[in-house]
Design a protein around this ligand. Structure first.
Ligand code: ADP
Ligand code: MG
Length: 393
């Protein structure tokens, strides 16, 4: 089996054998993601346009005869053990990372899917807490390992829904569907235009040459993110409730056109109107950006990315000084088509679409300029769109 595996999967198999004494029967991987455009729309039934990135969480596992799950996190040199009967969150804070695996065991049980005990080793190279969704990679990889060990056959959209329920109800973060959906369904060399209401997608090829997707990390830890995220969700729901007075058929901001909103926004409280305007214009920008990409118009795609950032900064107010600074610096580099914050905001990463010939300049100049402005380092990842989650062995 091991010969056809990638070097990383072979290393994974070897590390598993060191830990548990025999080769793993199962190896799976699930990637992180970068969202090109369509931010804070996935919990408003709207459109998003992410790609899976070439960084992932890999899990090696073998079924056990009992109901125990033993898991070793190679990144942290830390182990954790739990039983499948009445799965609980980790009590020791040093084992909090195991909650993603635990949450998938929990949700499989909740939804009547069988689970088997396992020995597990996991290793990831998605940067943690940087807004590239290492958490979704953990959830989806965990789900795939339970699917394999229990000989189930789970549709990837259902896997994404299971992962979303796990993060919401067990981990306790009220997330949308985008991160787990793209991790489960991503396609090599494509970004997916996902309709988060219908849970369908269109795979859109990214140009084979000429541009690169460049991620830059602000290195600002995302402190406020959970509470502000919940506030934004509540403000969007409030906007829908108020707009229903004139538009009784709407159930989400997705249903409100720009024309309808412009006619009605004056009747909303100022903050509510700003939040709704972001979501409604972002849906329109996302659809237009995909049309521009399909037409080969990268310049327009970049303009719409820039527009997305401005809207997140001014109307949705989820940016921060570090994100704004890094976006401005990226745009100052000759050959950058567009740059925006990506992910929930308040820190995390920016994404830029960069002419291939300008990538070296970006790498040489952006970190130095950012350090000068903020005193912070900025790790940069030049990425390509990767395949979504898969079983490798
Ligand atoms: P993000 O999804 O933006 O990376 P989150 O805070 O949602 O940030 O998820 C990060 C958490 O996911 C980490 O704190 C850790 O608990 C878990 N995690 C991610 N990757 C790994 C890994 N390779 N090994 C163990 N835990 C991981
Ligand atoms: Mg996350």
């Amino acid at each position: 089996m091991t010969n056809s595996l990638s070097p990383r999967a072979q290393e994974m198999a070897a590390r598993f054998k060191e830990l548990y004494g025999s080769s793993p029967e199962i190896i799976v991987r699930a990637p992180g993601r970068v969202n090109l455009i369509g931010e804070h729309t996935d919990y408003n039934d709207g459109f998003v346009f992410p790609a899976a990135i070439d960084r992932d969480v890999m899990i090696a596992a073998s079924p056990r005869k009992d109901r125990q799950v033993r898991v070793f996190a190679l990144n942290f040199n830390q182990s954790s053990t739990f039983t499948l009967d009445g799965v609980q969150p980790a009590t020791d804070t040093r084992e909090r990372w195991s909650n993603y695996l635990r949450s998938m065991a929990w949700v499989f049980h909740e939804e009547g899917l069988g689970t088997a005990g396992m020995n597990v080793a996991l290793l990831g190279d998605v940067p943690l807490g940087a807004g590239l969704s290492s958490s979704a990679a953990m959830l989806v990889a965990s789900g795939l390992s339970f699917e394999a060990s229990s000989e189930l056959n789970i549709d990837p959209v259902r896997m994404a829904l299971l992962a979303q329920r796990a993060e919401r109800e067990f981990v306790g973060v009220n997330v949308g569907i985008m991160d787990m959906y793209i991790s489960a369904l991503g396609q090599k060399d494509h970004a997916l235009l996902i309709d988060t209401r219908a849970l369908t997608y269109e795979a859109v090829p990214l140009p084979k040459s000429g541009i690169s997707i460049v991620i830059a990390d602000t290195n600002k830890k995302r402190g406020l993110v959970d509470s502000e995220y919940n506030t934004r969700r509540a403000e969007c729901e409030r906007a829908v409730e108020l707009l229903k007075a004139s538009l009784p058929d709407i159930t989400a901001l997705r249903d409100v056109s720009a024309e309808q909103f412009n006619a009605l926004s004056g009747s909303l409280p100022e903050i509510t109107a700003k939040r709704a305007r972001h979501v409604i214009t972002e849906d329109a920008r996302t659809l237009e950006s995909v049309a521009a990409l399909k037409a080969g118009n990268i310049v327009r795609f970049g303009e719409l990315m820039n527009g997305s950032h401005e809207s997140l900064q001014r109307d949705y107010e989820v940016s921060c000084r570090e994100l704004d600074t890094l976006v401005q610096i990226a745009r100052s580099i000759d050959g950058v088509y567009g740059a925006r914050m990506t992910g929930a905001g308040f820190g995390g990463c920016t994404v830029s679409v960069v002419a291939e010939g300008a990538v070296e300049r970006f790498l040489a100049e952006v970190p130095a300029l950012y350090r000068k402005a903020t005193g912070l380092n900025s790790p940069i990842y030049v990425t390509t769109a990767a395949q979504g989650a898969e079983r490798l062995a």
